[in-house]
Design a protein around this ligand. Structure first.
Ligand code: AMP
Length: 399
């Protein structure tokens, strides 16, 4: 049993760092996607059911100069209250005297939400005195915010030092994220295929380098594939290309050969005469794209080859779409990959989808329950797979 599940919170006041950084409608301040809040509900409920009380702290948006109406967590109170089926109290500041009175008076079964942590610059600076103040809100600290685990902020990392080892732990969201990511990073059953897509090579260099030490196959799709194509001497028309990364791409291809890792680039592409949903399209070899045309999706041949590699895999990591999946004409490649990942999972593979747009694609195409794990952390997950130590994880694990 995990540390969190095995702990009885009866009579304890749990201070939970959640990731309630949800999108709000600009006019009505209504929540437009509540997935991050929903994700934290089981953690909160376990504590309440045990007979503990809960103080929730989070950031929201990017406030620059102190408090601002549009980034107030008060807009979330009603919604959280509905999901928990109980009243949620609100403190209009996270370190005011009044907020400490509110957390002090909290009774078992009660929930208090603190105002936006980033109304104080000290939060992102990782200020110790601020972290120590925050720590006074609870007897036990729980980090359940994987989305900010790569930041050494006051509430995500620094605060942990003010709690004894047995008084700090991950919540259920973090436990799930850490367990899945570690499974891929340290216990991957082979063949292990990493599928890397999206727009830019520059964003993914470190992750590819790290995966060269671990994966058996790396599939490269999306806009970033064309920099690799050009690096190999191909003609890519006006496809996305980072000319200052051609050497890097060559270097990665060379390292892969040395290490015996198979890199799969898309043999063919769906090309378009403009970056637009109404563009004229046709198929072309990815290394022979005519001038004035650009590759906006992997082609059917490439999708077939990629799918075959995926179906043979026992471990799959997927980050980044294979094309401009936001436009219908360039969705087929990403969809085909989603089908293959679902089939491999059905056949017993462990599959983790994470990092922004691939998660959106899997959700949009209805494959969310057909993969093993969908990560909630974009930047945090990428940094983890780049091989970096995440401060939010280290602060708890070092205990
Ligand atoms: P990233 O955030 O790096 O994972 O990139 C995701 C974005 O890359 C999505 O918005 C896609 O539309 C875009 N993308 C994927 N393939 C291509 C392509 N071939 N050309 C241009 N943009 C692409």
């Amino acid at each position: 049993m995990s540390k969190f599940s095995g702990h009885n919170f009866k009579g304890e006041k749990a201070l939970i760092r959640v990731d309630f950084n949800v999108p709000l409608d600009k006019k009505t301040q209504e929540i437009t996607d509540d997935n991050r809040i929903r994700a934290a509900i089981p953690t909160i409920n376990k504590i309440l059911i045990d007979g503990g009380s809960v103080v929730l702290m989070s950031h929201l948006g990017r406030p620059k100069e102190g408090p601002e109406e549009k980034s107030s967590l008060k807009h979330l109170v009603k919604h959280i209250s509905g999901l928990l089926n109980r009243e949620v109290l609100f403190a209009d500041d996270c370190i005011s005297e009044k907020s400490f009175e509110q957390s002090r008076d909290l009774q078992p079964g009660q929930v208090l939400l603190l105002e936006n942590l980033r109304f104080y610059k000290e939060e992102e600076k990782g200020d110790e005195a601020f972290a120590e103040k925050l720590s006074k809100h609870g007897d036990i600290y729980i980090n359940d915010a994987f989305g900010t685990a790569h930041r050494a902020h006051a509430s995500t990392a620094v605060i942990a030092k003010f709690f004894a080892p047995e008084k700090k732990m991950f919540g259920l969201v973090m436990e799930g994220e850490v367990e899945s990511a570690e499974k891929i990073m340290h216990k991957a059953e082979k063949p292990f295929t990493a599928i890397i897509g999206g727009a830019k090579v520059s964003d993914k260099i470190l992750i590819i380098e790290n995966l060269l030490e671990r994966a058996t196959d790396i599939i490269i799709g999306g806009g970033m594939a064309y920099t690799f194509m050009k690096a190999r001497g191909g003609k890519i028309g006006s496809s996305l290309c980072e000319d200052d990364r051609l050497d890097t791409a060559r270097d990665l291809l060379k390292k892969a050969t040395e290490k015996g890792v198979s890199i799969h680039l898309p043999e063919n592409s769906i090309i378009a005469d403009k970056f637009d949903a109404s563009a004229n399209t046709k198929e072309a070899q990815s290394d022979a794209i005519p001038d004035g045309w650009m590759g906006l999706d992997i082609g059917p041949k490439a999708a077939g080859v990629f799918s075959e590699v995926i179906r043979k895999s026992k471990t799959i990591l997927w980050n980044g779409p294979m094309g401009v999946f936001e436009m219908e004409k360039f969705q087929a490649g990403t969809k085909a990959i989603a089908v293959a990942v679902a089939e491999a999972t059905q056949a017993g593979a462990f599959s983790l989808v994470g990092g922004g747009d691939s998660v959106a694609a899997v959700n949009e195409f209805g494959f969310a329950d057909k993969v093993s794990y969908i990560s909630t952390g974009g930047g945090a997950l990428l940094e983890y797979f780049e091989g970096k130590e995440l401060p939010g994880i280290a602060a708890i694990k070092e205990a």
